[in-house]
Design a protein around this ligand. Structure first.
Ligand SMILES: [Zn+2]
Length: 418
């Protein structure tokens, strides 16, 4: 095993990448873990580990991982396709329909999506006759979008790209950035890029899981190296204000186990926070966002949860049970590797995405197979790792299992769900 320190480009122990504040406290230290989305092409690979330590800024309430692994190292082979979850696709279709009605798009209006993935969202705007452009840095994923007829630029979004787009196309009517701000090491440059593209009529929608869910639902497994930042209404308000934007609405939505949708527009001289935003900001403070003792309790709960998971997998395996996983998102890697379970305790992990099948989960090389291959094994226990779509996957497992199978989730606590 080796530590991949040569890929760490910045240490953020006492520096907030959001507001440049200099006072951060430790929320959870997971030790050294492999890169969560990096599935191995064959069973035995050199194990490369990177520190994973969540800290929170006392000034703005942004969560961030202390050590920044460079994006070119993290995203060189990205295998998350949004279109593999039917509930997520439904969420995208619904968003496109509601927003296009509310915003009344006219000729020349267009939608920009940052991190447009395989075109899962923009395809719906195209169907409604609205011009779109996607920005998707992962070339293999951008290619899938282009083949599906979604115009896509394969680059990292930045201030420079934003300025080029503004010069060539003007300002979009709508900018969508879902589950991407967390993946950006230079969050200030990213926000400056959005600000550069915002005109008087532009609305910006940013969806991201809220850091508050860590306190409320123990969702620690969404901490991984690709998630540099963990947003809150407090931090989004403060960081975007600096860039000349105004957070005017925060909506709570169910995606990814509870996210916030932050709505932004150009800040005018007289802009003051609207009631909904003020309430959200106060609520986060009351929930304990800035309270170090609340985070120490979180740390204790997570250490217990991890140990409990380890003990359960170990005892089931030693009792001769066949244990498999269902769904191989990054959060599976965080849980598996934080708990330190041994090779073979989890026999295989099924994933519906052909992009992931045939690969192996680090750091033990657990095979990722098709759902059919998992059912052929006739497992006794199946753990659903993407707990945000437990219902969807639980129904699939129950309807397709070839033998009696117990279905489990591990977050927020280990629980048999079917
Ligand atoms: Zn800060």
């Amino acid at each position: 095993m080796e530590t991949g320190n040569s890929y760490i480009v910045g240490r953020g122990k006492n520096f907030c990448r959001g507001c440049t504040g200099l006072d951060l406290f430790s929320a959870l230290d997971l030790g050294e873990l492999p890169i969560a989305n990096e599935l191995w092409p064959n069973e035995n690979q050199p194990i490369e580990l990177f520190p994973l330590h969540l800290r929170i800024c006392r000034s703005c309430g942004l969560g961030q991982v202390e050590d920044v692994v460079m994006p070119s190292r993290l995203f060189r082979d990205y295998r998350y396709l949004s279109s593999t979850s039917t509930s997520f696709l439904e969420h995208a279709r619904n968003f496109a329909e509601v927003v296009s009605k509310e915003m009344s798009f006219g000729p020349g209006d267009w939608v920009l999506e940052i991190a447009s993935n395989d075109g899962y969202l923009l395809q719906h705007f195209i169907k409604l006759g609205i011009d779109v452009l996607g920005v998707e840095p992962a070339e293999n994923v951008a290619q899938i979008a282009k083949l599906a007829g979604v115009p896509t630029v394969s680059e990292f979004f930045s201030l420079e790209l934003a300025q080029n787009l503004r010069a060539s196309r003007g300002t979009p009517k709508l900018i969508v950035a879902n589950n991407v701000m967390a993946h950006v090491p230079d969050i200030q440059n990213f926000v400056a890029g959005i600000a550069a593209l915002v005109g008087p009529e532009t609305r910006v929608s940013i969806e991201n899981p809220s850091l508050i869910n860590f306190i409320k639902q123990d969702q620690f497994d969404t901490i991984y190296h690709e998630h540099y930042s963990y947003l809150t209404a407090n931090s989004v308000d403060k960081i975007t204000k600096e860039a000349g934007l105004q957070l005017f609405k925060v909506e709570e939505i169910v995606t990814h186990g509870g996210s916030n949708r932050y709505w932004l527009r150009q800040r005018s001289r007289s802009s003051s926070n609207e009631q909904n935003v003020v309430e959200k900001i106060i609520q986060e403070v009351e929930d304990g966002l800035f309270d170090e003792s609340v985070w120490r309790q979180f740390d204790v709960r997570i250490q217990k949860l991890i140990l409990n998971f380890y003990n359960w997998v170990k005892s089931s395996y030693e009792a001769g049970q066949i244990i498999c996983g269902y769904g191989a998102p990054a959060k599976a890697s965080t849980l598996i590797n934080a708990s330190g379970i041994e090779k073979d305790w989890i026999k295989v992990i099924a994933d519906a995405s052909p992009e992931k099948q045939g690969r192996y989960m680090p750091s033990h090389g657990i095979p990722i197979v098709s759902p059919k291959a998992l059912f052929d094994i006739k497992p006794n226990d199946v753990i659903i790792f993407p707990w945000n779509i437990t219902k969807e996957l639980s129904e699939i497992i129950k309807s397709q299992a070839l033998a009696p199978t117990r279905v489990w989730t591990a977050i927020p606590k280990l629980e048999q769900v079917n």
